[in-house]
Every structure is written in C-alpha cells, then in structure tokens.
Design a protein around this ligand. Structure first.
Ligand code: KIV
Length: 291
C-alpha cells in the first residue's frame, strides 16, 4: 500500500475528541468537524455524487472533500424519472460500493423517500441500516420542521445528518415542477426557520438546492454550520454537483447552474464507435493482442 494511503490516527492524548485523523503527510481525513473548521477558515467545500466503486475511487484520489451517495442514483443509475422509486436496499448497495473505494473523503448517503418521513422510529432503523451495512459516515435528509422528530432521534443515536432545503426532489409531486424555490417571501421565511431548526438540532451542514443566491448567502452568514449549494450561487460554504452531469455523461439535463467540465458522452461514443469499427473490420485483436 502506498504511504499516501496509510492513516495515522492523531495521538488520542493530543486530540481528546479525536475528531481528525491524519493521512501520513498530514492530509486530514475529512470528518464533519473538518467541514466545520473549513467554514470557520473560509475554505470552500467541494462535494460530488458517486454511486459506484470505480468513480468513488477517482473522486477520493482526486481530493474531493465529500462524496454524496445521492438518491439521484434513482435517475442516473436506474433510469427512473424521479428519485422516489429507489429503495433502502439499493442505496445501501451503492453506499457499500463507494465505501470500499474511499479512504479520505467524507461519505454521506441519502435516506431514500419513504424511509424517514412518517415515523421517527422507522427513520432511526433506516439510518442505522445505512450506517451499519455500508459503513458510511453520515446520512442526508430532505426537509425541516416536518421531519424534526426523525432528525432528533437519528442524531441522538450518534448518526451525523446533512440537511437539505430548497428544491427537495423527493417532494416533486407536491411542487409539481423543478423551478427555483423560495422566490416568494413566505417560502423564503420557512426556509430560514427550517435552516435554524436544522442547525439547532445538531445537523452538521445543510444542502441548499436551487434557491436565490441572496437567500442562500443570508442563510450561510447567519448559520454556524456549513451550507453546500447546488444552484444557490457563490455565497455558500461549498458546492455540490451530480458527477454524471458535470462530466457530460448525461446530456439531457442543462440547468443554468450546471458547469460541464467534460463531454464524456461524446468521448465514450467515439471510443465505442472505434471499437465497433475495429471488431467489424477484423483489425482488433492484432497479433500483439492475442496468445
Ligand atoms: O441526490 C442527489 O444527488 C442530491 C444532490 C443533487 C444534492 O441530493
């Protein structure tokens, strides 16, 4: 194993709450406490989604701070129209695959629709299954006041929670559309109150999705915990994007907030086309590519 991958736990005497583990070469293992310190220092948090071992390994080795095993796996991996159909077992499968690849990043797993909204006891059991069976570091839940009981119960079991406000895709049937949220004062006020509830409950951060940047900045400045935005402007403490969108694998989704860093759809099509051509022409395999 390369030295880069060896963890040295900070001396427990010197680090009484042992919130930080160090990679040799003093690269910190990212914990929820590290994210808190990053906010205090004004260092931005970089988060991306991953749902499988191979992609998670690339992200971890690239130095991403947080990997989100998002329930966007429902769309990206399984081809569903919404995030609603994905199950707890499926999320645990994705999270376990990611965990086998990751050494440095903090891994957060979405609690899927229907596993935490109605009944706080069931919410706790769902969160425990995710943590126990995947080995992930934290869970993410959509909503504020309406899921407070579930949040309190899960936090009291020592499971860190990342909140999620604004456009919450699990509520798409209530919203009816994926347009920008909280543009009107009543909804903006509820979001401000919900952000306070999440902070006071003990969540370690809040994802703010598709809301006006002025509101996201205001919530960020008034909150002690980090905010991570997606379509929420630059005044937040960090950014998250769906990996397949930012790599240009998925070309059907082009919201204004999405920056594409690659065009892998075209790259992959080109490579697959070349392979098909080589097979059909008989130029693959060559003499050197056989035994
Ligand atoms: O599921 C997901 O990918 C998410 C991000 C868009 C924040 O929740």
């Amino acid at each position: 194993m390369g030295a880069k991958n060896v963890y040295l736990c900070a001396s427990l005497e010197n680090e009484p709450n042992f919130s930080i583990m160090y990679l040799s070469g003093s690269i910190p293992k990212i914990t929820t406490h590290v994210l808190q310190e990053m906010k205090l220092k004004g260092e931005k948090i970089a988060m991306l989604t991953a749902y499988d071992y191979s992609m998670a390994k690339i992200l971890d080795e690239s130095g991403i701070d947080v990997i989100l095993v998002g329930d966007s796996a429902s769309n990206v991996m399984a081809g569903h129209k919404t995030t609603l159909p994905i199950t707890l077992n499926e999320m645990i499968y994705h999270a376990s695959s990611v965990m086998r690849a990751v050494t440095r990043s903090l891994v957060v797993v979405d609690m899927p629709f229907g596993t935490y909204q109605g009944n706080s006891k069931e919410a706790l059991l769902s969160a425990i299954r995710i943590m126990k069976e995947s080995g992930a570091n934290a869970v993410k839940m959509e909503g504020g006041e309406e899921i407070r009981e579930s949040i309190d119960r899960i936090l009291s079991a020592g499971i860190p929670i990342l909140g999620h406000l604004g456009l919450t895709p699990q509520s798409i049937n209530k919203f009816g559309t994926y347009v920008v949220r909280a543009t009107e004062e009543r909804e903006a006020d509820k979001l401000r109150r919900d952000a306070k509830i999440l902070e006071e409950s003990g969540c370690f951060g809040i994802v703010l999705e598709k809301i006006p940047s002025s509101l996201a900045t205001e919530v960020t400045l008034s909150s002690r915990i980090p905010t991570i935005g997606i379509g929420a402007g630059g005044g937040v403490d960090g950014q998250v994007l769906v990996l397949h969108d930012m790599l240009g694998i998925n070309q059907q989704f082009s919201p204004r907030f999405l920056r594409r860093y690659n065009n892998l759809y075209d790259e992959i099509r080109g490579s697959v086309g070349n392979y098909i051509g080589d097979v059909k022409s008989g130029s693959f395999p060559s003499e050197r590519e056989q035994y």
